[in-house]
Design a protein. Structure first.
Length: 256
């Protein structure tokens, strides 16, 4: 966004904007008031603009296009209608359901991802390199495919529990991969010293290892939370009313 603002300021500095106001005689006692805008750009100076700023400007425009479309479509109904919809009790319930699901999935993915990362990097698990690859495979499975497989095997899983299971099992690799990479770079001597001082394995992990994993856990947890909030496949097949599913059904209903 900073690059986009810098590009806009650079272009405006090299533009000459002129507004011409004219009165045109149209007939007896009839005058019209015309305003013309002339924009003169110094192309020679723009050629010296650093091209490294263009990717940021393009990214900003692409990111803002969907938001601009939503604002335009919403403003067609008037601010009163928009405020009425946003302040409904059902909207608050949907927001609470979506945020609760995202928080639950993030917490479960953190526990599962950190545990698997430790097993595949610090334990004597047989074939742990193979398990490290297998544990990351859910990233290649779309959530609607995973949800269809789960609900075909356990039809009674439909609902919030099913959506939680599918989202957790599909998103925990976002925690597993950065945490495992951090564990591989860490020196295990700190944990060994903690064990030699009489701490239990869990205490040694909590005091010596966990503080160094927090940045990776925070980054992975943020990705999981955003993934859970934006997902549509799992919540639609599991028939869980999250924001994405309700927005889609409302959009489809507008064509009927």
């Amino acid at each position: 966004m900073r690059r986009a603002r810098a590009l806009g300021a650079h272009v405006l500095d090299r533009c000459n904007l002129t507004i011409l106001e004219t009165h045109v005689y149209r007939g007896p006692n009839i005058w019209s008031y015309d305003v013309s805008v002339h924009l003169v750009v110094d192309l020679g100076s723009l050629e010296r603009f650093p091209t490294s700023e263009l990717p940021g400007f393009t990214d900003a425009l692409v990111a803002l296009l969907p938001l601009a479309y939503l604002v335009v479509r919403a403003s067609e109904q008037g601010l009163g209608t928009v405020a009425e919809v946003l302040l409904r009790e059902r909207t608050a319930r949907l927001l609470l359901r979506s945020l609760t699901m995202a928080a639950a999935v993030t917490a479960a993915a953190l526990v599962l991802g950190v545990a698997l990362a430790w097993l595949t990097t610090r334990s004597d698990l047989p074939g742990r390199r193979v398990w490290a690859v297998v544990a990351a495979l859910p990233l290649a499975v779309p959530t609607y495919v995973a949800a269809f497989a789960w609900i075909s095997f356990l039809p009674e899983l439909a609902g919030p529990v099913g959506a939680f299971v599918v989202l957790t099992t599909c998103s925990y690799p976002y925690v597993l991969l950065p945490v495992a990479a951090t564990l591989r770079r860490m020196d295990p001597a700190g944990e060994e010293v903690a064990r030699s001082l009489g701490l239990s394995p869990w205490q040694a992990f909590r005091r010596a290892t966990l503080p160094q994993l927090r940045p990776a856990m925070a980054a992975g947890g943020l990705l999981v939370a955003l993934y859970a909030l934006s997902d549509f496949g799992a919540v639609s097949i599991m028939r869980f009313d999250a924001f994405t599913r309700v927005i889609y059904t409302s959009y489809r209903a507008s064509f009927d």
